[in-house]
Design a protein around this ligand. Structure first.
Ligand SMILES: NC(=O)C1=CN([C@@H]2O[C@H](COP(=O)(O)OP(=O)(O)OC[C@H]3O[C@@H](n4cnc5c(N)ncnc54)[C@H](O)[C@@H]3O)[C@@H](O)[C@H]2O)[C@H](O)CC1
Ligand SMILES: [K+]
Length: 502
């Protein structure tokens, strides 16, 4: 249960204090942290004979000294590297350093050069980082990153803000990160994802009772969660059961966006897909998607669009919509309906330019730039606290929000946010958002609630991107490469639910 829970640094401080109080001795946690670190290092690099442990002045450094002592006792050649003028500063860390020295350990002060090492352990800074690394700390981090030696980060790669995932200055690039007690929200989203490498959790024997007063700020979703989240299809289902999605967009020059959104809606399991777009795109759309029903919409926007809006279950609004008169007229018509909407791309830009009230069951799917426009702030401010930005979007617009990007955040009123622990840099290409918009609309049309459809859609989209990248590489990944994977990953392994045994 706790493994999926993501916590703020404040919550982790409470958790540590609760556990230490129950144990009667905080040093127990530190010794367990050192032990967990040593066991992981052995598992990952069993041949490593020379181990350098960079230890900072705080308890993260204390964990490092504990690991160093165990590695020393196991016959490894261990060097603890400390920063000039930053000897262990806390009682716990001093005791851990003393135990290492008593065991014959060697301590060196960093002088700009790294000792010989097969593996480097980053125990410089953990959840106590309070500002961008500078001075000797920054120099040591740069030396570690330049060394091309495997790095194991304890609790958090030094230099990363464990609550928000921002990297305010130099930060360690780890091969593996071993988190203690519970997972940190900041290591699941944003710039941190380029630093953590493979993440592991050592709960140090924390117990449910220790979580009193400790609430997660988010929970993470991984690809293996998919089967439990996917809606079951009944044997006797027919197209009417699986929702009617109306995709609205594709102004001149942007036909591809509405085709991608429409195909994703079909691959996401929609029973029927109508497409309201420019006449010029209808032939290409139907040749690629004969299953879709394409409707040419011209200015002035006629009652035909109103009929389509009246008969659909959900509107995918925005892919290739543009912000000219045609797009604005379709946007206004769609916002006048009572059906749930998934609003993306220029639909979001039009919303930012002329705010209109939304319904609680609407879904917004902004990337950081669109989120910045919707919040009236900068992209840097959105990315500096992605969870916070998603929360502010929910507060401002009162509906479900999918803040895309590395570690997509899904937030909604009265819900604990979800962070999608899937996806890859190959997905940072135009059109991926159109696929997500159509997919989320399809899931919404199959009866999932707004938050559930957004979570499942974002997870399925990212997992499909990972599967496509694993199969043929991340570079050159195209949105259309996701389509077969949306279908493969979007079907629960068991056969459709038999109503006789429902
Ligand atoms: N809560 C847990 O999950 C556990 C915590 N343990 C380990 O303890 C660290 C947190 O220790 P703390 O002493 O609070 O902070 P740090 O060791 O991360 O270092 C902070 C230390 O460094 C100074 N500092 C902060 N920012 C900078 C900077 N930019 N440049 C220079 N110096 C800086 C600050 O003043 C502090 O003195 C946690 O991560 C775990 O590894 C337990 O051992 C296990 C459970
Ligand atoms: K660290």
């Amino acid at each position: 249960m706790h493994d999926a829970a993501l916590h703020s640094v404040t919550a982790l401080r409470t958790l540590e204090a609760n556990a230490a109080r129950r144990l009667g001795d905080a040093a127990v946690l530190m010794r367990r942290a050192g032990q967990a670190g040593w066991h992981l290092l052995l598992a990952r690099w069993p041949q490593a004979m020379h181990i350098v442990v960079a230890c900072g002045p705080g308890n993260n450094g204390g964990d490092g000294h504990e690991l160093a002592r165990l590695a020393q006792a196991a016959g490894r050649r261990v060097t603890v590297l400390q920063l000039p003028g930053q000897a262990p500063g806390s009682d716990l860390a001093r005791e851990a350093a003393a135990r290492f020295l008593e065991a014959g350990g060697e301590v060196k002060v960093f002088d700009g050069a790294l000792p010989v090492a097969d593996v480097i352990v980053d125990a410089l800074f953990g959840i106590g980082l309070s500002r961008a690394l500078d001075g000797e700390g920054a120099r040591l981090v740069d030396a570690v990153n330049a060394a091309s030696i495997p790095v194991l980060a304890l609790d958090c790669p030094s230099g990363v803000d464990a609550s928000t995932g921002t990297v305010p200055g130099p930060a360690v690039i780890a091969d593996d990160t071993l988190e203690f007690l519970a997972r940190k929200a900041g290591l699941a989203t944003g710039a941190a994802l380029d630093r953590v490498g493979r993440t592991h959790l050592a709960d140090l024997g924390v117990e449910a009772v220790d979580f009193a007063g400790v609430e997660p700020v988010a929970t993470c979703l991984v690809a293996s969660d998919l089967p439990d989240l996917l809606p079951q299809r009944r044997r006797d289902s027919h197209k009417g059961h699986n929702g009617r999605v109306l995709c609205v967009g594709g102004d001149h020059g942007h036909g591809g966006a509405i085709v991608l959104a429409s195909e994703a809606a079909l691959r996401g399991g929609a029973g029927l897909v109508d497409v309201a777009t420019r006449a010029a795109h209808v032939p290409a759309l139907l040749s690629r998607l004969p299953e879709a029903m394409a409707h040419a919409i011209a200015m002035p926007v006629t009652g035909h669009l109103a009929d389509l809006l009246a008969t659909c279950d959900v509107v995918a609004l925005g892919p290739g919509l543009g912000q000219a008169d045609w797009g604005r007229a379709l946007f206004a018509a769609a916002l006048a309906t009572r059906h749930p909407r998934v609003i993306d791309a220029d639909g979001l830009n039009l919303l930012a330019a002329g705010p209109v009230p939304l319904a609680v069951d609407d879904i917004l799917t902004p990337h950081p730039g669109e989120a910045a426009r919707l919040l009236g702030c900068t992209v840097a401010q959105v990315q500096s606290d992605r969870l916070g930005a998603a929360g502010r979007l929910v507060e401002r617009w009162g509906c479900t929000v999918v803040l895309k990007g590395a570690g997509t955040v899904v937030a909604a009123p009265e819900r604990t946010a979800r962070i999608i622990a899937a996806g890859n840099p190959g997905m940072a290409v135009g059109g991926m958002g159109d696929v997500l918009c159509g997919l989320v609309a399809a899931l919404r049309g199959q009866g999932l609630g707004a938050f559930e459809a957004a979570c499942l859609g974002a997870l399925l989209h990212a997992a499909a991107g990972d599967a496509a990248a694993a199969s043929d590489g991340a570079r050159g990944l195209l949105p259309s490469d996701l389509m077969p994977w949306l279908r493969r990953l979007g079907n629960p392994s068991q056969s459709p639910q038999d109503p006789r045994h429902a």
